[in-house]
Design a protein around this ligand. Structure first.
Ligand code: FPP
Length: 259
């Protein structure tokens, strides 16, 4: 069982999170998060959009800590999509620099907390320095046994499926795979999430009600929880609210509940 209170320091703020109402049996194993609303959050305060991305990176840290505390095994977070390249070059560069800094500044802390960092997306087209830091982060934390932080960088769900299909075709052509052996389970071995269970819960802050090309295959049966709150303002308390709501959902996977 959880201790009732989780004392939590974030920046200069001390939080006391009440965990007593979280049902340990009903905590999702894998939570996917579309971290949306950074730009609007910053603009609402008369700040540049980049300020929102910076704050969003901080939010992610707090959510990973909270998730780990309540026994979530995997957080998959959308940091940069294959479509985000369409943004102004200054914003793209800022996000790349932010990622690069984040992967340096946070990696020790993640490692100390036994977090395993992994990535999904295409490394092609990413700045060399970001690629190197991604490899370094993966290597340093590879043996960690705590929560997995799966960061989606240069990621798109459709691109992921196409990438899988091309590799499958190539394996069929080379004779290492037979067409009749391809089933859903086998297909998943060709996705970036190979070896990970599918997300149970998808959280989308920022008020938009769409999937935005995130984990299209994997979220087939995920429960969805949304809020109008922008990602930088998303708190550990809100995260617990989403987890509690998940605990009350009835998952049927297309079948019927037999009572
Ligand atoms: C969506 O907000 C957010 C992004 C496109 C980038 C997400 C990036 C971060 C949270 C920071 C980088 C992450 C790490 C781990 C360093 P938006 O810009 O679409 O906001 P808007 O919808 O208000 O315009």
């Amino acid at each position: 069982m959880f201790n009732t209170l989780f004392k939590f320091k974030t920046g200069n703020t001390n939080l006391n999170l009440d965990l007593s109402t979280i049902d340990l049996e009903k905590v999702p194993q894998h939570i996917a998060i579309i971290m949306d609303g950074n730009g609007r959050w910053a603009r609402a305060q008369g700040k540049p959009r980049t300020f929102g991305h910076q704050a969003g990176a901080e939010t992610l840290k707090n959510i990973v800590k909270t998730a780990d505390k309540i026994g979530v095994k995997i957080i998959s977070a959308y940091a940069f999509s294959t479509e985000n390249w369409k943004r102004p070059v200054t914003e793209v560069n800022f996000i790349m620099e932010l990622l690069s800094r984040y992967l340096t500044s946070e990696i020790e802390e993640f490692h100390k907390n036994n977090v395993q960092v992994r990535f999904m997306g295409s490394r092609e087209g990413l700045p060399e320095v970001v690629r190197q830091k991604m490899e370094h982060a993966e290597k340093v934390t590879a043996e960690n046994t705590g929560i997995i932080l799966n960061l989606a960088i240069n990621y798109g769900g459709q691109a992921e499926i196409l990438h899988a299909v091309k590799n499958i075709v190539s394996d069929v052509e080379s004779g290492s795979l037979k067409v009749e052996d391809i089933d859903a389970q086998h297909f998943e071995d060709y996705l970036y999430t190979k070896g990970l269970p599918a997300p149970d819960l998808l959280i989308r802050p920022g008020g938009d009600l769409r999937i935005s090309n995130f984990m299209l295959w994997q979220i087939a049966y995920a429960e969805i929880w949304t809020t109008d709150v922008y990602w930088p303002a998303f708190t550990p308390e809100m995260f617990l609210e989403a987890v509690k709501a998940y605990g009350g959902r009835e998952r049927r996977y297309g079948g019927l509940i037999t009572k």
